[in-house]
Design a protein around this ligand. Structure first.
Ligand SMILES: [Zn+2]
Length: 444
């Protein structure tokens, strides 16, 4: 999926050779010249292992060397005492077009916010995500904002606004009647559903192909939703319908990502051969074993449940844990025990963009080892999302998407929030101007 990412314009690299006082990013007119960064942190997490010491050489937009490295003439040498260097993190489940439901309910975001407002918000969310060290997101549906994720991604790639690399789903696909704003009278047909309704073979094939044509990198489908009696979650599409989507997407090389919280929704998605299952709340040892066998990854979105229960009035740390959280802990423990591949993706947008680390903290709190959480947020997500030829590891030849944090996140996962430096494609985004307080010397 190399084509996901445009090669960067090299000119902006020169910003970082400007004096620290240069607050205004004017493109300098100098000819492009090679830029080297030699990074010397206390330790490097390469996407798989944490190693003490180690150096990383960045040449323009690429990681050139890792290990014991000699600085080329003119390299910017950064001594990162007490810090850990990691690959830029990968958010596995975001909605850049949503903001927290305790600010504005989902219904009101979809029905009452203009597309202009939603896009304006999304640009801010993209920037916050990047500055939190998340240099790539898999964005799983615009929820009423059409194909604007494709436009947002293009604006980021062209350098119009800062933001992460994006893998985009455009409009999620839902069964008719299962999804969308619920407060209207049945006499009124909402012009905005928050997703694309499609049923049966022909309509599903048409919808999948339309989305591909509009720029979708992946196809997102709801295998269940709260449309059962008494608004209980229940399965939506048949196995045949899900298989149709997998086949239609698959012939173009695109995976299908499925929302499923119920055991039945998961069972159908597994049978259809999807790539990842999102949420998996009612997952059992048996279902997770089947997922493992078929190479289907789980994206558990623990932080979303944690957030929603608090929006519903749960006082975390004071009140006893609600049943939904207890159940989530149990199913996550079953997933861990099964050995199914686990992605890091929190459903951020339900909670604040830039607070992506919340999912990593929840994974540790629910029993996953910090090393495995770090892997999940880097190399595992890159492998599952089929982008490991460009990002996800600190490895020569990959894009220079790098994060430096204070301390050691293996000892305390929350250190991942102590961001000191963020680089994407060789361009430093945080701190904003050349890292004056961090760059110790210029090599000769
Ligand atoms: Zn979601």
């Amino acid at each position: 999926m190399r084509k996901l990412f445009c090669l960067p314009v090299l000119l902006p690299v020169l910003f970082h050779l400007l004096p620290a006082t240069a607050q205004i990013h004017v493109r300098p007119l100098h000819p492009v010249q090679d830029t080297f960064y030699l990074l010397r942190p206390d330790r490097v997490f390469d996407g798989e292992r944490m190693q003490e010491g180690g150096q990383v050489l960045v040449h323009n937009h690429i990681i050139e060397a890792v290990g014991v490295v000699k600085a080329p003439s003119g390299a910017i040498i950064m001594d990162l005492k007490g810090m850990t260097l990691l690959p830029g993190l990968i958010e596995g489940h975001s909605h850049l077009f949503l903001h927290p439901y305790n600010e504005t309910a989902w219904n009101d975001q979809v029905l009452k916010e203009s597309r202009a407002e939603r896009l304006a918000r999304a640009t801010v969310h993209a920037r916050r995500t990047l500055l939190a060290g998340f240099t790539t997101v898999r964005d799983l549906g615009t929820e009423g904002a059409g194909y604007d994720d494709v436009g947002l991604k293009q604006a980021i790639e062209k350098g119009v606004i800062p933001g992460p690399h994006m893998i985009v789903a455009t409009r999620a696909i839902v069964a008719t009647g299962s999804y969308g704003p619920k407060e209207l009278s049945y006499d009124l047909e909402s012009p905005v559903k928050g997703a694309a309704e499609a049923d049966g073979r022909d309509a599903l094939v048409k919808e999948v192909r339309t989305q591909i044509g509009k720029g979708a990198d992946i196809i997102k489908i709801y295998a269940d939703y709260r449309w059962g009696l008494n608004r209980k979650a229940a399965a939506t599409f048949t196995v045949e319908e899900l298989k149709t989507a997998v086949e239609a997407a698959g012939s173009s090389g695109r995976p299908v990502v499925v929302h499923a919280t119920t055991a039945e929704g998961m069972r159908r998605a597994i049978q259809a051969g999807v790539a990842t299952i999102e949420h998996g709340d009612d997952g059992t040892a048996e279902l997770f074993a089947q997922m493992k066998e078929k190479g289907i990854a789980l994206c558990p979105t623990l932080a979303a449940d944690d957030a929603i229960e608090q929006y519903n009035g749960w006082k975390k740390g004071v009140d006893p844990e609600p049943d939904r959280i207890k159940k989530k802990r149990e199913s996550f423990a079953a997933a861990l025990a099964s050995g199914v591949t686990i992605c890091m993706g929190g459903d951020v947008g339900v909670y604040t963009h830039g607070d992506n680390a919340r999912e990593m903290e929840a994974m540790v709190a629910y029993g996953m080892k910090p090393l495995d959480v770090l892997r999940s947020a880097t190399s595992v997500n890159a492998d599952v999302f089929r982008i490991s030829d460009v990002v996800g590891r600190v490895k020569p030849g990959l894009l220079a998407d790098l994060l430096v944090v204070e301390g050691n996140p293996l000892l305390n996962i929350s250190q991942i929030r102590k961001v000191k430096w963020v680089m994407k494609e060789g361009i430093v985004y945080y701190p904003d101007v050349p890292a004056a307080s961090l760059a110790m010397a210029t090599g000769h």
